[in-house]
Design a protein around this ligand. Structure first.
Ligand SMILES: C[S@@+](CC[C@H](N)C(=O)[O-])C[C@H]1O[C@@H](n2cnc3c(N)ncnc32)[C@H](O)[C@@H]1O
Length: 376
């Protein structure tokens, strides 16, 4: 059993905590930008494979207050590094620094690497080498207000990079955030899901994976824990095989994405193919004004993140779109629950339906809210 910290978009901590509890994690405690928990190797492997809202899963191994890179070096030297790697392992250190005396993150990362390697060289005469791309043991160094936390990074590249979206579009939603918003909305995957401004179809694809019980990390090529000395390949293979066998073949209810932009629908279809759900989703070019519920199904959830105009003055352009959204849903979608994810309060109010609740999240550095509207 070890202690871990799973990081996430700020605002998603309670959602991630629920995911971890459902996976069987112990002492689950939401913090700022992540959730701490305890678990064994099986739980660690499952967390990488199954968590939809986590960005990385870290195993903290050292905490120290440091006011200079020399103090950081000395603190790192106090750890017996043979517990975590051998000279045959490759390593890399990823670092982020905020509001601290140490300001240069790359230099801080190098000092950590030097402290580890110097210890090996002094004790054994040889040292591990560096592989910045895919190290066997990857470290994460986080320094905030001169408090350093050094962790083993069990994910290495971010878990939100699911691999179905190779091309970056204008404003796609982070995959883990999209999944988190669906969970926050309380969408029941037995009911329909529609995104009438779907862009690259992130909501639709994440929704489909949820409805199919498909683990988001199923086709990921590398998790950081696979390079650790203690990695239990048999256990990992069994957990991954179970996850493969658990994938359903059909959606219980339709998932529909429409967008006025032909390029968006092309991209949405390509991403859906990459995600293995192209034959299950309904993706179509359509203006919001023409959006109607799929025929013959019970009401479900409509969710979207409309454009909001990042530059001053530009936001006004989008007023008619938000107003149209409220009109279309109010008139043609009785019983459906509407959720809008936007950073712009003025625009969100132009939907002009009664606001049931709004929950704040950070989309990168931008503060956004998920607005839920009720019927007039
Ligand atoms: C911020 S993007 C959505 C991004 C999407 N959530 C994703 O993850 O890729 C907003 C989308 O709204 C679409 N849009 C704008 N006006 C529209 C309209 N009148 N009808 C339908 N879609 C519209 C744009 O084409 C754009 O793809």
């Amino acid at each position: 059993m070890h202690g871990y910290f799973a990081t996430c978009v700020r605002g998603l901590e309670p959602v991630l905590a629920r995911e971890l509890t459902a996976l069987g994690a112990n002492t689950v405690e939401p913090g700022r930008g992540g959730v701490s928990f305890r678990g064994d190797s099986a739980l660690l492997y499952r967390s990488g494979l199954w968590l939809r809202t986590a960005v990385r899963v870290l195993r903290p191994i050292l905490e120290a207050d440091v006011f200079s890179s020399d103090e950081l070096y000395d603190a790192v030297r106090t750890v017996k590094w043979e517990q975590y790697l051998t000279p045959e392992h490759t390593l890399a250190v990823d670092c982020n620094v905020r509001d601290s005396a140490i300001t240069h993150s790359q230099y801080a990362a190098r000092r950590v690497k030097d402290a580890i390697c110097d210890q090996f060289r002094e004790r054994l005469g040889i040292r591990p080498s560096v592989d910045p791309e895919q190290p066997m043991v990857g470290f994460n160094l986080h320094i905030h207000k001169n408090h350093a936390i050094l962790s083993l990074d069990s994910s290495w590249s971010s878990l939100h990079k699911r691999g179905y979206r190779p091309i970056q579009t204008i404003a796609p939603l982070n995959e883990a955030l999209a999944a988190g918003l669906l969970l926050q909305a309380g969408w029941n995957p037995e009911t329909p899901l529609v995104d009438p401004m779907c862009g690259s179809a992130t909501f639709c694809i994440e929704g489909a994976w949820m409805a199919l019980n498909r683990a988001p990390g199923l086709t990921r090529k590398w998790f950081g824990f696979q390079g650790w000395p203690e990695f239990d390949r048999e256990l990992w293979n069994a957990i991954r095989d179970d996850a493969r066998a658990a994938v359903k073949k059909e959606l219980p209810s339709p998932i529909v994405g429409t967008d006025v932009h032909p390029g968006a629908i092309e991209l949405a279809k390509m991403n859906a193919r990459n995600a293995g759900v192209a034959n299950l989703l309904h993706l179509e070019r359509k203006d919001l004004g023409q959006a109607r519920p799929p025929a013959g199904v019970q009401p479900g959830v409509v969710i979207c993140n409309p454009p909001y105009g990042e530059r001053i003055g530009e936001e006004k352009e989008w007023i008619p779109l938000y107003t149209k959204l409220g009109q279309v849903i109010g008139e043609h979608w009785p019983g459906w629950r509407l959720f809008v994810f936007t950073s712009n309060d003025m625009l969100a109010r132009k939907v002009k339906l009664p606001v049931k609740q709004r929950v704040p999240f950070f989309n990168g550095k931008i503060e956004c809210q998920l607005w839920e509207y009720g019927a007039k």
